[in-house]
Design a binder for this molecule. Structure first.
Ligand code: ARG
Length: 471
């Protein structure tokens, strides 16, 4: 697509320039124009115009032969844009006027009938809604489903892989890596459900609200709603032209998704460090250092971790554009599109990169197992054993375990390596049966509560996740 900036500011705008003596100054043109970015709405603009035109014909508001010419002209414009032959003009401000002006070139005065009973205010609200619904939300939904598939794939391969689970990034209790992967499957599942919720709420048609007050023409907004796949016409014309909640909701969903991605990205950065070595990142998603040959940097993960700032920035940007705007349309609202486009493009890239990283990552189960055994990680299991086997109150058991950990520290060994006599000096009723619960395998296997980390539960959860998310 080419862009032709009008070099001649004396050219009064053909569509609204009737009462202006001279064209806008170059600076005015630059600040006012949105074609540089809203050209991305071309398909939705043409879709909305075709729906509107067909309705105008059906309602006998414009003659059928003009309607035919308009539809043919719009189809031709779509082709011109998609084949790269359309010349966009900054002097024509935005996508709506670029398309309409070209329509006039192609079919003559009949083009002027298309704008009957509508305004750019309801037109842009409609175009943008269609884009958010059919492009942004659909892409996000599809991307997240792919990411969940990769995560479930890793979960399935690592049902029995034991790793340390952390709280405060301190080793807390052993968990299975499959369980850990499925935690993210849940997060991205909620993101997908937010996409679905937001689609339902936004699916009301603004077209036919005209500038702000509706129109005297006998239009049929139910018909255009049906044509464009909206559930119903938006109920209030003032609200319909000035509502950008749908874009904010999308940016909010995008922000929450980016937050989830940043958490997983951070874990990957930690896991692939030389100190952890829990996973190996594939060459496809890491880079070497220019001076330190031993290094392999998880650049993609770091960029994903960082991107949330810019995506939340998009949300803030639109929220602040909308804050305090009186009804109905104000030009501030033209600033709604760039943050949404930015979030969509960058989030899409992050989801795709994360999907590739998860699918390709090598899991070093031995290293995870070794780390899981360190740090007296089965201390809680010892406490639980004292409670269930000796009937000790949990608080007392906690004290016994504290003394046991201290002993292991002095002796420089793990809990399961402590001599029984030493344990009995702390609590005489302890028997050798206690050693059955002190291994990490016993610890994870015992956590069979619903949603727990036991391999037996994780195997069921993998199957359930496939049902819930991949069908
Ligand atoms: N380019 C404008 C936008 O994106 C279209 C609506 C303009 N409406 C108006 N009354 N100037 O918001």
């Amino acid at each position: 697509m080419t862009d032709q900036t009008s070099a001649n500011p004396k050219n009064a705008n053909a569509l609204w320039g009737g009462r202006f003596e001279a064209g806008p100054s170059a600076i005015m043109e630059e600040i006012n124009a949105s074609i540089g970015f809203d050209k991305r709405l071309y398909a939705q603009d043409i879709q909305g115009s075709k729906a509107h035109c067909a309705m105008l014909v059906k309602q006998n508001i414009i003659p059928a032969e003009d309607g035919e010419k308009i539809i043919e002209g719009l189809d031709r414009i779509l082709q011109e844009i998609e084949s790269g032959h359309f010349v966009f003009s900054t002097a024509l401000e935005d996508i709506h006027m670029n398309v309409e002006s070209r329509l006039r070139d192609l079919i003559g005065p009949a083009a002027g009938r298309l704008h009957t009973g509508r305004s750019r205010n309801d037109q842009v609200a409609t175009d943008f809604k269609l884009w958010v619904r059919d492009v942004a939300l659909n892409d996000l939904e599809a991307g997240l489903a792919g990411l969940q598939e990769a995560l479930i794939g890793q979960a399935e391969k690592n049902i029995d892989t034991v790793m340390p689970g952390f709280t405060h990034l301190q080793a807390a209790q052993p968990v299975t890596f499959g369980h850990h992967m499925l935690a993210y499957v849940e997060m991205f599942g909620r993101d997908r459900s937010r996409v679905a919720d937001c689609k339902v709420r936004m699916n009301e048609n603004p077209l036919g609200s005209a500038a702000l007050a509706g129109t005297p023409y006998p239009i049929d907004r139910h018909l255009t709603s049906e044509t464009m796949g909206f559930d119903r016409p938006a109920a209030n014309s003032l609200d319909a032209v000035s509502d950008r909640d749908f874009a904010l909701e999308y940016l909010n969903v995008a922000s929450i998704t980016a937050m989830h991605l940043s958490r997983l990205a951070e874990e990957m950065v930690i896991w692939c460090s030389a100190q952890f070595k829990f996973v190996g990142m594939s060459d496809k998603f890491s880079t070497g250092s220019s001076i330190m040959p031993q290094k392999r940097n998880p650049d993609a993960a770091e960029l994903i971790r960082s991107k949330i700032g810019r995506i939340v920035g998009c949300y803030n940007s639109l929220m602040l554009s909308m804050k305090g705007l009186p009804l109905a349309y104000s030009k501030d609202m033209q600033e709604d599109k760039e943050p949404v486009f930015f979030a969509h493009d960058h989030l899409g890239l992050c989801v795709a990169a994360m999907t590739g990283m998860v699918a390709d990552m090598k899991v070093f189960a031995d290293n995870m197992r070794k780390a899981a055994g360190a740090g007296y990680i089965t201390a809680t299991d010892l406490a639980d054993w004292l409670v269930t086997e000796l009937g000790m109150p949990f608080r007392d058991a906690h004290h016994v375990v504290g003394a046991t950990v201290k002993l292991a520290e002095t002796m420089g060994c793990d809990l399961d390596q402590l001599p029984l006599e030493e344990l009995q000096k702390i609590e005489p009723k302890i028997t050798s049966a206690v050693f059955d619960v002190l291994t990490v395998e016993a610890s994870v296997a015992a956590r069979k509560s619903f949603g727990g980390t036991a391999p037996e539960r994780v195997r069921e959860s993998v199957a359930a996740a496939k049902e819930r998310f991949l069908k």
